[in-house]
Design a protein around this ligand. Structure first.
Ligand code: 5AD
Length: 351
């Protein structure tokens, strides 16, 4: 039965592609509850009831790419574009540090304005001011050489979702200039260089099948990343996917539970997209096995412009300055926010 498949996943930390498909397509609410109880148990074993926080700084919404799902795609003429200066970004870090953040995530579109020299200067400035903090980059596909230089300048972690493993599915979500192969090559390079790596995918993206999700799980198992970010696909009205259907809370939670059982020590965020499709999304994510939240630390006046999808949250619990309300929310379900770098317990060798 499907319950035995979950037991098998817990025991062997892997399944065959067919078994993944069976589990994902045959899931029921009762099966999900069983999965979540094992996922929580696993998470408590390694990370207790701690929840790690990351300050997310969305420093540019200019992007040279034209991903069909994304609101900041190059051809969206309605996007109000902005860039933060190094001083703006350092100010965000200062605010974040005072609020107890010990990881800063610099996320942006693929924006040629930030040359390697500008990025290296920024990385060095942040690491010099905050040597006790981890610095995460999330700025897309770069050359091996650039990734290496950023790492040597002090960047610790890199987030780059593989989006979907299947190359045909990938090509239906992206312009021809981007390929699944190139994306995966970047991830292998990042690992080789020594970054703590995060990958991930959207749940319920257009044309996605249970087979695709099964292959995503097999790929993630092989990559063995330190972090996996997943969230529901959410429609953005100014994209070619304006008339598609968004992904669901239910399937996203189920995938979170499966990820926790497959990679017990992985860092698993309850993402903004999860909080956006359901007011209880963040909380339910934590109860399904997630152990990280990434509140928004960008200057308040640009937050609404980093609009990857419709109604993207940037206030309430999503805002870094609301650390206290986030703390209360987590305490209400028996968890606590911690002021720590929150490194993975599954670190790259030599670190
Ligand atoms: N819905 C949900 N997630 C999205 N992303 C981009 N656009 C959307 C959308 N419409 C995700 C992608 C990307 C990350 C930064 O945001 O997976 O990797």
């Amino acid at each position: 039965s499907l319950y035995r498949l979950i037991d098998r996943l817990k025991e062997k930390r892997t399944l065959t592609k067919d078994q993944w498909v069976q589990l994902i397509s045959g899931r029921t609410p009762e099966l999900a509850e069983y999965l979540f109880s094992l996922a929580r148990e696993e998470r408590h074993l390694h990370y207790g009831h701690d929840v790690y926080i990351r300050g997310l700084i969305e420093f540019t919404n200019y992007c040279k790419n034209d991903c069909l799902y994304c609101g900041i795609r190059k051809s969206n003429r309605h996007a109000a574009r902005y860039r933060l200066s190094e001083d703006d970004i350092l100010f965000c870090c200062r605010m974040g540090y005072e609020l107890g953040f010990r990881t800063f995530v610099l996320q942006g579109g693929e924006d040629a304005y930030y040359t390697d020299d500008k990025m290296l200067h920024l990385i060095r400035s942040i690491k010099k001011l905050y040597p006790d903090c981890a610095l995460t980059l999330s700025i897309g596909e770069k050359s091996y050489d650039s990734y290496k230089k950023y790492f040597e300048a002090g960047a610790d972690r890199y987030l780059l979702r593989h989006e979907t493993f299947d190359s045909l599915h990938y090509s239906r979500l992206h312009p021809p200039s981007l390929t699944a192969f190139a994306r995966q090559e970047c991830l292998w390079s990042l690992k080789e260089i020594g970054y703590q790596v995060g990958t991930g995918f959207m749940v319920g993206s257009p044309y996605q099948t249970a087979e695709h999700l099964a292959e995503d799980m097999l790929f993630i198992r092989k990559l063995n990343p330190q972090m996996v970010g997943i969230g529901p696909f959410i429609v953005h009205h100014d994209t070619p996917f304006a008339n598609q259907t968004s992904g669901t809370l239910e399937l996203t939670l189920f995938m979170l539970g499966l990820l926790r059982l497959m990679l017990p020590k992985v860092l698993l965020p309850a993402t903004t997209a999860l909080g956006t499709i359901d007011p209880n999304g963040r909380k339910l994510g934590i109860l399904s096995g997630a152990n990280v939240v990434m509140p928004n630390l960008s200057p308040a006046h640009v937050r609404k412009d980093y609009s990857l999808y419709d109604n993207k949250l940037c206030t309430g619990m999503e805002a870094a300055e609301a650390r206290q309300s986030l703390e209360r929310l987590m305490e209400s379900i028996g968890y606590q926010i911690v002021t720590a770098r929150g490194d993975s317990l599954n670190l790259p060798s030599g670190h």
